[in-house]
Design a protein around this ligand. Structure first.
Ligand code: FAD
Ligand code: SIN
Length: 538
């Protein structure tokens, strides 16, 4: 097995990982691992549409942004963390602009769009492909940094913990095993909404980082708060699927929701109508669909004054491919799992419970989002806390202990040859991975895909927009049928993904069962009566 030495290993090349790398780029040798190609769409960041929220415009203030975040979070936000987000956010966004991020402008001035539950137009965007622009900007910068090296098609399989300290990771590059030793490991692996049959996430969002941290002894929390996006393109797909998002910014620019009878319904649910907090809109759509027995409602863009193909080019083209001309026709939409509010517990510097192990971005539970994330606060979180993690790491004792390993021209090549021997990740004393797999009797990839689909269907059916105790227990029963998978050594990307999805599904369901109230994105139909932490009508 090839062994590589770095100062910092960052797992994930979304906004959180790239922002941390930007802060560390001159401090030592940085390895950035990512499951797919660097710009191949393997991160939620790449798919982000609406934009990034920051109080930059005249007339807006961090205080107003703070209030909106707290209000959307339904009373459960960590106020200290929200303060950091809204106060440091504007500078991080300005730095990104200085680095070349090309956000939309009108008459030479930045254009701010509107999204749900924001009291101001404060969302900077690059058309409807904001994440791609940010990823491109950060990637372009990092590629010029000689101490930074990207490792595409390289999956973390395990954390290496020695004497309670994280000293590196086991990884797989295509079919080859590679060990990365490092002074500090930063998990930036994103969320886990692939645990739902209907979701908006890229296939890589399987919660690997949360599961690995949990197995290593880190606390996880808030997993019951899964945010469902109200509007994904609903084309009647039956199988588990990543659904194309129709950005909230479309409603921000005037899009109206109509039920199957053509009636506008959101004003009956919330004073902010289509721009109510996301959990309220998703539940309202769900109720309209249930009442009418349909699997979609409609988004009507006829009131929109902006030039639709210019302002929303990606959405326009994708809908055209589906033979829907959104300038003239309603878009069929339905909610889907979108964002994991919960994750690995970290402090304001991204420190986990394990020494030498940091986490940042959607993999974490910072408390910023409370029970429901305010739209476009996630990209901002990645930038703000990515920079903070870098700052903390540079001051960490581990870094002061030794000199930087290697030199700037020490670029490594990953092995062209297959490994011949060596312990694989998850292998424990006296028993080989092969023997464990035989004992577990879950041998084939197709078996694992069956488990993956079973988890996704159970979660969508019983741990979705509305939950209740009976359904949650049923979900636990189904998930429990696959418990043997949790015993498997995670020595391939697929095994780790399925184990992670199963582990997170179980934890999410247990936490949902334990929280006997309805708040924000967690709606218990058996505790609906106490769901009035804020002014909602459902
Ligand atoms: P990600 O961007 O998901 O990156 C995770 C990285 O980890 C990827 O590179 C992945 O390949 C890698 N990875 C995962 N597992 C492994 C492993 N085992 N080994 C190696 N690498 C691994 N938020 C906003 O604020 N504004 C928006 O407009 C917006 N729009 C969105 C639209 C869509 C369709 C989606 C899905 C999300 C959107 N969000 C938006 C949410 C936001 O994009 C994400 O929360 C945010 O990008 C997460 O960033 P991240 O860096 O934490 O994770
Ligand atoms: C969107 O564009 O609707 C997604 C915004 C977000 O998830 O914050």
């Amino acid at each position: 097995m090839q062994v590589l030495d770095f100062d910092f290993v960052i797992v994930g090349s979304g906004i959180a990982g790239l922002s941390a790398a930007k802060g560390l780029a001159k401090a030592g040798r940085v390895a950035i691992l990512t499951k797919g190609a660097i710009r191949g769409g393997g991160s939620s960041t790449h798919w982000a549409q609406g934009g990034v929220a920051a109080a930059i415009q005249e007339g807006d203030t961090p205080d107003l942004h703070f209030n909106d975040t707290i209000e959307a979070g339904a009373g459960l936000c960590d106020e200290k963390m929200v303060r950091i987000l809204v106060e440091e956010g504007p500078d991080r966004v300005r730095e990104l602009i200085e680095l070349g991020a090309d956000f939309d402008k009108v008459d030479g001035q930045l254009h701010y769009t509107q999204e749900g539950a924001h009291s101001k137009r404060r969302i900077l965007h690059a058309g409807d492909a904001t994440g791609r622009e940010i990823e491109k900007t950060l990637g372009r910068y990092l590629l010029t940094e000689t101490l930074v090296q990207f490792f595409p098609h390289t999956s973390i399989l395990d954390l290496i913990i020695e004497n309670g300290h994280c000293v590196g990771i086991q990884a797989k590059h295509k079919t080859d095993d590679v060990m990365f030793r490092a002074k500090v490991v930063i998990l930036a692996t994103g969320g886990a909404c692939q645990m739902y049959a209907r979701n908006t996430n890229p296939p890589s969002s399987t919660g690997d980082g949360v599961a690995l941290a949990y197995w290593a002894g880190c606390q996880v929390k808030d997993l019951e708060f899964v945010q469902f996006h109200p509007t994904t393109l609903a084309l009647g797909d039956k199988k588990p699927i990543s659904l194309f998002l129709i950005s909230e910014a479309v409603r921000g620019e005037g899009g109206i929701l109509r039920n199957s009878a053509g009636k506008r319904f959101m004003p009956e649910y919330h004073a902010l109508a289509e721009l109510a907090p996301r959990d309220v809109v998703s539940r309202a759509i769900f109720k309209e669909m249930m009442d009418a027995g349909t699997s979609q409602v409609y988004l009507d863009l006829s009131n929109i004054t902006v030039d639709i193909p210019k302002r929303f080019p990606t959405i326009f083209e994708r809908c055209m491919e589906a033979k829907i001309d959104i300038r003239k026709q309603f878009i069929p939409v339905a909610p889907a799992a979108h964002y994991c509010i919960g994750g690995v517990v970290v402090d304001e510097w991204g420190r986990t419970d394990v020494d030498g192990l940091y986490a940042v971005g959607e993999v974490t539970a910072t408390g910023i989002h409370g029970a429901n994330r305010l739209a476009s606060n996630s990209l901002l979180e990645g930038m703000v806390f990515g920079a903070r993690v870098a700052e903390a790491v540079m001051g960490s004792p581990a870094l002061k202990m030794g000199s930087v390993r290697g030199h700037s021209d020490d670029r490594v090549r990953l092995p062209g040859s297959r490994i011949k021997s060596g312990m694989t990740a998850g292998e424990s004393e006296g028993i080989t991975a092969g023997e464990v797999r035989e004992l577990c009797a879950v041998p084939t990839d197709s078996d694992l895909m069956i488990v993956r689909h079973s988890v996704q269907n159970a979660m969508w059916e019983y741990v979705g927009i509305e939950r209740n105790a009976a359904g949650l227990r049923r979900a636990l029963g189904i998930l429990g049928l696959h418990a043997d998978v949790l015993q498997m050594p995670h020595d391939t990307e697929l095994i780790l993904e399925v184990k992670s999805l199963l582990q997170l599904a179980i934890l999410t369901t247990e936490m949902a069962l334990a929280r006997c109230e309805s708040v924000g994105a967690h709606f218990r139909s058996d505790f609906a009566h106490i769901s009035k932490k804020r002014d909602v009508l459902i």
